[in-house]
Design a protein around this ligand. Structure first.
Ligand SMILES: Nc1nc2c(ncn2[C@@H]2O[C@H](COP(=O)(O)OP(=O)(O)OP(=O)(O)O)[C@@H](O)[C@H]2O)c(=O)[nH]1
Length: 839
């Protein structure tokens, strides 16, 4: 106690001195601490922080651990944390981390001791401890100032890199060196917090990265540096090569005007607007239009979108490649390049009035020099010469069945020669020819033929024709009449002269300096040469090799010949030529045009074929869901759809014309498609879609078409005599008529008594007075001579048995469907409806 009292006095040793003793560590910990500090295991007991920092063991430690000095406070004037720049340069050897361990060894909390460790500023650093305001803020300001000073020192060196007189290299190198030094200093820990703050090097990740790039620049293999992923994925990655970062899409400005086509989709618009499809879809969604990137948009939607983007929208006018008719408008022809061309003449007239005789005479007597003696071919047109001038004749057939083709021929002609036999006069087809010529606004020259014949009366012909506004010049009119004998060539030259004279009056001109265009005169399928067409060039010049669109087909002009088989390289306006190289057989009267390239020709031809097919399908004659209702509702009119295929165009026209004339009790033939050539799959498909019969004249189906027709049950008929075809179709039409039913009374029954049943109602007990009654029969209930009900038998029974038939003289019971008011003494007429054959 005494001792205690002693110590409690002022003599008592200071508490401070007593602390180390209280905190003295066990021996094992002391040894460990000594190991950490690398010095003596003697416990440090007190002493100032400056003394401790100058301790040899600690000094050595700091030197060896260059940069591990989290605890080294040398560069920490304020004693707030370690010099992280050092940390950044060294590894993290746990065993050598002095922080807590050394503190433990000293028995003092580390933070308190560290405060006093590094108060000594480094070389070149400001000793903030001696400054009035040693706050962090001040440090930052100071540091910034120093940075600025360093940059300012660097700045003047830059111009030195390009002195006019100094060599470039030496001037540049020092500058570069300075820059490197600055960077190195920074990363090495310049500044109060070293480079650690600047480089963000206060994370374990960055530390490890730094370690890997130690002085040598070599990567030190470490546990975590193992290649990632499976072997396979690494192999794939190696093959794929370095990952190329996706190129950023450059934001392009919106167009000033959005030129669009109706039916464009979001994808198309995104290209025009330089915007993502997702953005456009979102925009449309916000505008209340739900769409996807492939859905076609209408004009309004596109305009709304454009308005939302703040730009104008305009429908793009695109030329219709399939529309070849626009090339036939006279406005498209350069008038400055027009030159005279030969007249195109059509010879028309009644049967046997001498058209062919006249044409034959012209063909054989007026041929071009050099071609005389050549074998003439029928190509539907030819040219003849008179006094060096050329006349083109269209050799169109004159039979009534060819009316349509003749009408088309008249449209391409400049002049019509109306042949009228002087011994026969004006006949029906003479009048028809006049009407066609007038409809085509074609001048008529009348050739009164067969004047050599004994009974010929040309004046009578002239008189007759005046009734049709064909008034001879000698009677004050303006129609040229030439009296000829085609058989003997009498006045034929005079006729030709008149033609040339009339052509001069008409001032027929064309531009040969443009791609050719014209019309088909005749076409057929040649076994060896494929589709062959005689075309008349109306404008421009046609060359061999030209890409061509004809009607609904296309091709390239492979060969070009005239009526004498002479191969031509080019054909000028008003020249008829036979061409090959088409993909399909066109129709007489189809227009053709030469295209700039085969691709365009193909596109136009295919599009035209597609549209033609669609037109056929959409036409009222084809039975579709749309037309079915109207056809059914219009029961009075029925049609028999027919497809006509023949070997030559002439047969097609003849057969079609004859079939159209058939009419059986309101049923008529509807020709939905005609073409030259074998029956193909397309014909069968069309027949199946429209329920048509296919009539092949001198043609057969292809093997594929035949098997398709068999499986689709399409009716195909083949003929080589036109009349047989017509008879068969007529018979088929009679079979197609709505069957006619006639009422036939099969028996008479008288009701004798009634039996009432709650479940079945009234059952009439009756007797068959005449004939019979059957379960399928219809019944007419007659009361006092008046029909009170007409219906069907519901049940028929004898006794309790249900029967199908009850004959005369038998009693039976029966009920009438939907009728419960039958009465005793009612007479019941039993009858059936029987089909009657059309005669
Ligand atoms: N005497 C005489 N007979 C002629 C003359 N022209 C034609 N014929 C005869 O008349 C008949 C019919 O002549 P075509 O030339 O075949 O008559 P078409 O108008 O061509 O007849 P289709 O081709 O059937 O329309 C033939 O026998 C010819 O020989 C003529 O000027 N004088």
């Amino acid at each position: 106690m005494t001792e205690e009292k002693k110590f409690s006095d002022s003599n008592r040793p200071a508490r401070k001195q007593a602390v180390p003793e209280r905190k003295e560590l066990p021996a094992s910990q002391r040894r460990h601490a000594a190991k950490l500090t690398g010095g003596s295991s003697t416990p440090t007991t007190g002493g100032t922080s400056s003394e401790r920092s100058s301790r040899p063991a600690r000094a050595n430690n700091n030197q060896n651990r260059s940069g591990q000095a989290r605890n080294s406070t040398q560069s920490r004037p304020n004693g707030q944390g370690g010099n992280r720049s050092n940390t950044s340069n060294g590894g993290q050897n746990r065993n050598q981390r002095p922080g807590t361990r050394s503190q433990t060894a000293e028995g003092r909390p580390a933070v308190r001791e560290k405060k006093n460790w590094s108060t000594q500023p480094r070389e070149g650093q400001v000793d903030y401890s001696k400054q009035k305001d040693n706050s962090l803020k001040q440090y930052v300001n100071e540091n910034q100032k120093r940075k600025q000073a360093a940059e300012a020192a660097k700045a003047p060196k830059k111009p030195a890199a390009k002195p006019a007189e100094a060599p470039k290299k030496p001037a540049t190198k020092p500058a570069a060196k300075t820059a490197t030094t600055t960077t190195a200093t920074k990363s090495a820990g310049a500044g109060k917090f070293g480079g650690a703050l600047a480089s963000g090097n206060n994370s374990a990740r960055n530390n490890s990265r730094k370690r890997n790039t130690s002085g040598t620049g070599q990567q030190t293999p470490r546990r975590n540096d193992k290649p990632r992923g499976s072997k396979k994925s690494r192999r794939i990655a190696a093959k794929r090569g370095p990952v190329v970062p996706p190129t950023e899409r450059k934001e392009q400005p919106l167009p000033k005007v959005l030129e669009y086509r109706i039916g464009m989709n979001v994808q198309d618009l995104s290209k025009l607007l330089h915007r993502d499809t997702a953005e456009i879809i979102k925009k449309l969604f916000l505008l209340g239009i739900v769409t996807n990137q492939n859905q076609s948009l209408d004009g309004d939607t596109i305009e709304i979108l454009a308005a939302d983007y703040g730009i104008d929208a305009q429908v793009k006018e695109e030329e219709d490649v399939a529309d070849i008719d626009r090339f036939f408008i006279d406005e498209n022809i350069d008038e400055g390049k027009l030159v005279s061309r030969p007249p195109v003449v059509t010879i028309m007239g009644h049967v046997d009035h001498g058209k062919t005789t006249l044409l034959d005479y012209l063909r054989n007597s007026h041929v071009t020099e050099g071609e005389a003696g050549g074998i003439t071919q029928h190509i539907g047109a030819y040219q003849t010469q008179l006094n060096g001038k050329t006349i083109t004749f269209l050799d169109t057939p004159g039979h009534a069945a060819f009316t349509e083709m003749r009408a088309r021929g008249a449209n391409v002609t400049d002049l019509t020669i109306l042949v009228v036999a002087a011994d026969d006069g004006v006949m029906p087809q003479t009048i028809e020819a006049i009407n066609h010529a007038k409809a085509a606004h074609t001048p008529i020259i009348v050739a009164v033929n067969k004047i050599d014949k004994p009974g010929a009366n040309p004046d009578e012909v002239m008189n007759q024709l005046m009734a049709y506004d064909l008034v001879p010049e000698q009677y004050g009119g303006d129609t040229i009449f030439v009296k000829i004998s085609a058989k003997f060539g009498q006045n034929v030259d005079e006729l030709l002269e008149m033609i040339l004279l009339q052509a001069e009056v008409l001032e027929l001109k064309a531009n040969p300096d443009m791609p050719a265009r014209g019309s088909v005169v005749e076409a057929r399928l040649d076994k060896g040469r494929g589709p062959v067409a005689t075309v008349l060039v109306q404008q421009g010049t046609m060359h061999v090799g030209d890409p061509i669109v004809v009607g609904n087909t296309y091709g390239r002009v492979r060969t070009m010949t005239n009526e004498r088989g002479t191969e031509l390289a080019e054909a000028l306006p008003a020249t008829p030529v036979q061409i090959t190289g088409l993909n399909d057989v066109p129709q007489a009267g189809d227009r053709f045009i030469i295209m700039p390239d085969e691709k365009t020709a193909r596109a136009a031809g295919e599009e035209r074929a597609k549209r033609a097919q669609e037109a056929v399908r959409n036409s009222g004659s084809v039975v579709t869901l749309d037309t079915l209702f109207s056809t059914m509702s219009e029961k009075a009119m029925k049609t028999v759809p027919v497809i006509v295929k023949a070997d030559v165009q002439g047969s097609v026209e003849a057969l079609s014309g004859s079939l159209k004339k058939i009419e059986v009790d309101g049923v008529r033939v509807d020709i939905i498609h005609t073409a030259v050539g074998a029956i193909n799959e397309s014909d069968v498909t069309l027949a199946e879609a429209s329920g048509a019969i296919i009539i092949g004249f001198n043609v057969r189906p292809t093997s594929l078409a035949k098997s398709q027709a068999d499986s689709e049950k399409v009716d195909m008929r083949f003929y080589n005599v036109i009349y047989n075809a017509i008879d068969d179709v007529e018979a088929a039409m009679k079979g197609q008529l709505e069957p006619v039913y006639e009422e036939k009374i099969i028996g008479t029954v008288v009701v004798k008594e009634l039996f009432k049943f709650s479940k079945v109602g009234i059952i009439a007990g009756a007797m068959v007075e005449e004939g019979k009654i059957t379960k399928e029969a219809k019944v007419r209930i007659i009361r006092d001579g008046v029909v009170v009900y007409d219906g069907e038998v519901a049940s028929l029974q004898r006794g309790k048995d249900s029967v199908n038939e009850v004959k005369m003289g038998f009693e039976f019971g029966f009920t009438v469907s939907k009728y419960n008011d039958i009465q005793v003494d009612d007479t019941v007429e039993a009858y059936v409806m029987e089909e009657v054959k059309v005669k």
